[in-house]
Design a protein around this ligand. Structure first.
Ligand SMILES: [Cu+2]
Length: 509
């Protein structure tokens, strides 16, 4: 532990380093002034966030906050808006494409967009210090360096992220590449994005956020209506074909334990950072907020007329791995607590078509990390996540916009071992241990070691940007901090926890 005096000094040193890296005062970084004159985009988009009204349920329209967009240069198919949903447009592009995005904020609040899972320069990552006020525009420029995969974007203004995402602001960012093309995976209408979120509605179809105030913030907001692609009671009509299902848990705090209702194992082909080396079969997959999986879903074996469900199965959301505690079992939400079982979506096998594809044995090459590959393999960085006194803390510290502590300084191009632990313990009746899905901005990582109870439901075989830690669980991750120096966030992706300060900067120099 470092004392306060030392800590303040290091925090100051962090700010100085950042000045040196960027060569300009913090306030100016990332605004129009930092744009690269030689940057010629392959794709140029405008994305506007604004209030909108959508028909989510019969009866009154629901007021939401929504991204809409258009392509101003490049392939017009790179962006697909949805009138049916509050979700933002799906952006599709390829590795090594250069993209310029003009984000116009027409919300009655400040905001900024974070590209979740993408490896972009610090000033393009949507750090909350870059929030723009209502009526202003922020221009992003970056090259897509990520491998093919299912990434996404959402707002990141500090203290308001949970509210804005819940209001509807989120969209998918799908990347393809040459390696993926060669696999001939199900494409076009057989490639289906599924964004799973929970919401609560009033009887006049208004969105309800944090109805029980601080209590809901502590557990994270849990809605009692499961929406898929922005629709409740979602049904997918399929043919007797093989589908690629790209699943994002876009919920503020709900965890899903996904399984097929008929007991068929899930065939997982990708995680947060793209394709696995080879397909993995799972009885169930536990997906925390912000995590993604892609499934190879073979409906060719079902007779026409079959109905099937993707369900979320019961699990114990509280007190995993801890012996004590006032309440075991499901937590939060009166009607639909975290851990309660429910159907997520219905599949109707409706059309007969011939299937010719078969599951590839090998999907991709991944250089697997071991803890010994890290420069600090003997001495992993330790980050402990817990709530205290209604604040979210990491190693006992809460978020400060431009603060970096001594143990949050990373050398550019180093390969690091981090040990993340959920140390939320019961603190009497006021406190209840909760899960903490930990997300690193800027870099994909690999999970190299785990302890915990829901173990069998995690897919740790591929690249990740978010790792779920149930109460008492810990995970070791390895990341290689290449290309981009600067200040990036790491935080709990229960969005209410992040808004309560369970978020910190790390600084690459
Ligand atoms: Cu958390």
């Amino acid at each position: 532990m470092i004392n306060r005096r030392q800590f303040l000094y290091l925090a100051g040193a962090g700010a100085v380093n950042l000045l040196n890296v960027n060569g300009s005062p913090l306030a100016g970084v990332g605004m129009a002034s930092s744009k690269d004159k030689d940057f010629i985009p392959d794709l140029e988009l405008s994305l506007t966030a604004a209030p909108a009204e959508v028909q989510i349920s019969p009866g009154e329209l629901t007021t939401v906050w929504k991204y809409t967009g258009q392509v101003t240069k490049g392939n017009p198919d790179s962006l697909m808006n949805s009138d049916q949903s509050y979700l933002g447009p799906i952006i599709r592009t390829r590795k090594n494409r250069k993209i310029r995005i003009h984000f116009k904020n027409n919300l009655p609040a400040e905001s900024i967009i974070h590209w979740h899972g993408l490896h972009v320069p610090a000033e393009m990552d949507g750090h909350p210090m870059y929030v723009i006020p209502s009526g202003k525009t922020f221009t992003y420029e970056f090259e897509v360096l990520n491998r093919a995969g299912t990434y996404w974007y959402h707002p990141h203004p500090h203290g308001r992220t949970g509210h804005q995402v819940y209001g509807g602001l989120a969209g998918l960012f799908l990347v393809s590449d040459d390696e993926e093309d060669k696999l001939n995976l199900p494409n076009k209408e057989l490639d289906i994005p599924l964004v799973i979120q929970d919401r609560s509605f009033s009887n006049t179809n208004r969105l309800i956020y944090l109805p029980r105030g601080m209590h809901d913030s502590m557990t994270g907001m849990l809605g009692d209506t499961i929406c898929v692609n922005g629709r409740p009671d979602f049904t997918l009509s399929v043919s007797t074909r093989i589908y690629r299902l790209r699943i994002l848990n876009g919920s503020n705090s709900r965890i899903y334990k996904l399984a097929w209702s008929d007991g068929t194992p899930l065939t997982v082909i990708a995680t947060d950072g793209g394709l696995l080396e080879k397909p993995v079969q799972k009885k169930y997959v536990v997906l925390g907020p912000a995590e993604r999986i892609e499934l190879w879903a073979d409906f060719s074996k079902y007779p026409i007329g079959t109905s099937l469900e993707l369900v979320s199965k019961y699990f114990e959301a509280a007190m995993q791995g801890t012996a004590m505690g006032p309440r075991r079992g499901m937590t939060g939400g009166d009607k639909l607590p975290n851990g309660a079982p429910f159907p997520v979506l219905k599949i109707d096998v409706a059309g007969e078509e011939k299937e010719t594809r078969s599951l590839p044995n090998k999907l991709s090459s991944i250089e697997r990390y071991h803890p010994r590959d890290a420069d600090n393999s003997d001495n992993p960085r330790q980050f402990s996540f817990f709530m205290r006194h209604m604040r979210g803390l990491i190693n006992g510290r809460t978020f400060q916009m431009q603060e970096v502590a001594g143990d949050e300084m990373i050398r550019l191009n180093s390969t690091e071992l981090w040990e993340l632990s959920n140390d939320d313990r019961s603190m009497g009746m006021m406190m209840m241990p909760t899960p903490h899905p930990v997300h690193l901005h800027g870099k994909q990582f690999q999970v190299v070691e785990r302890s915990g109870a829901l173990h069998r439901g995690y897919v740790d075989e591929g690249w990740k940007d978010t790792v779920l830690l149930m109460p008492g669980e810990r995970a070791k991750i390895v990341a290689n901090f290449t290309d981009y120096p600067g200040m990036f966030l790491y935080h709990c992706h229960i969005l209410e926890h992040g808004d309560m300060g369970m978020m910190r900067n790390y600084l690459i120099t």
